[in-house]
Design a binder for this molecule. Structure first.
Ligand SMILES: O=C(O)CCC(=O)C(=O)O
Ligand SMILES: [Fe+2]
Length: 235
């Protein structure tokens, strides 16, 4: 089984779509069966850490670390995370960062290799017009009810990020569940929002202001993706 673009994906057409607003979505981006296997594998086998912002600092804790806290301390932590979020600051979601030498499941590693394959990087160069892209950073993400990522852009001078991507891997996400990729104008006025459609690859210029909206308590599945940035700096 090889992870590659679905044969129906036409890179020249995607490049045309991307050009007008520096963002687009490729539907049915992988073979459906492979996407389904990857989704199950992530759901069942990937060990996630919980990423959040506390007092302006980026934190990451394992499930065990968080749940050994006495209930009162856990409540207090959540109160502080949501307190920051009420001012438009921070995030709270599950994360599994990938790198060339990090252990992961064999399928997730294959997905990481696909994202970094020369043919994939070439396709993204054609789509975005950035000739200097050399690598894709990646993390698997999991949003449960109560998770969110507040408004931000993805510009990062050291990493030289060029194009943000999200490979959406939750079968049958209901748009009323939240977890939408919400775009904003530079002044914060909301624009449109994209649902995390299964087996779609979202691509957008890192200057676009965006957020992942709060996942509703009644969301029946975790929102699973592989996400990161095509960048000019090697990994
Ligand atoms: O998961 C998404 O749809 C977007 C994630 C994102 O914006 C980020 O990780 O910076
Ligand atoms: Fe982002």
């Amino acid at each position: 089984m090889t992870i590659q673009f679905n044969s129906s994906v036409n890179i020249a057409n995607v490049a045309k779509q991307y050009k007008s607003d520096k963002r687009t979505r490729i539907l049915e981006v992988l073979d459906d069966e492979i996407a389904a296997k990857l989704a199950v594998d992530i759901h069942d086998n990937v060990p996630f850490e919980t990423a959040y912002v506390l007092d302006g600092e980026y934190k990451s804790s394992t499930y065990e670390e968080l749940h050994k806290l006495p209930q009162e301390q856990l409540n207090n932590l959540m109160h502080r995370i949501y307190g920051e979020a009420s001012k438009g600051i921070g995030f709270y979601y599950g994360r599994h960062v990938l790198s060339p030498d990090k252990d992961s499941t064999s399928l997730v590693k294959q997905a990481f290799e696909f994202l970094n394959a020369p043919s994939t990087l070439d396709a993204i160069k054609k789509i975005s017009g950035f000739d200097d892209i050399v690598a894709a950073s990646a993390q698997v993400t999991r949003y449960y009810p109560g998770n969110f990522l507040t408004r931000h852009n993805d510009v990062h001078d050291t990493e030289q990020r060029r194009v943000a991507y999200v490979l959406n891997l939750t079968p049958e996400w209901h748009p009323d569940w939240g977890g939408l990729l919400q775009f904003y104008q530079q002044d914060g006025t909301p624009r449109d929002a994209w649902a995390p459609t299964f087996n779609s690859l979202t691509l957008f210029d890192v200057n676009h202001v965006h957020a992942v909206t709060y996942v509703a308590p009644y969301a029946r599945k975790p929102r699973l993706s592989i996400t990161g940035w095509f960048r000019a700096k090697p990994l």
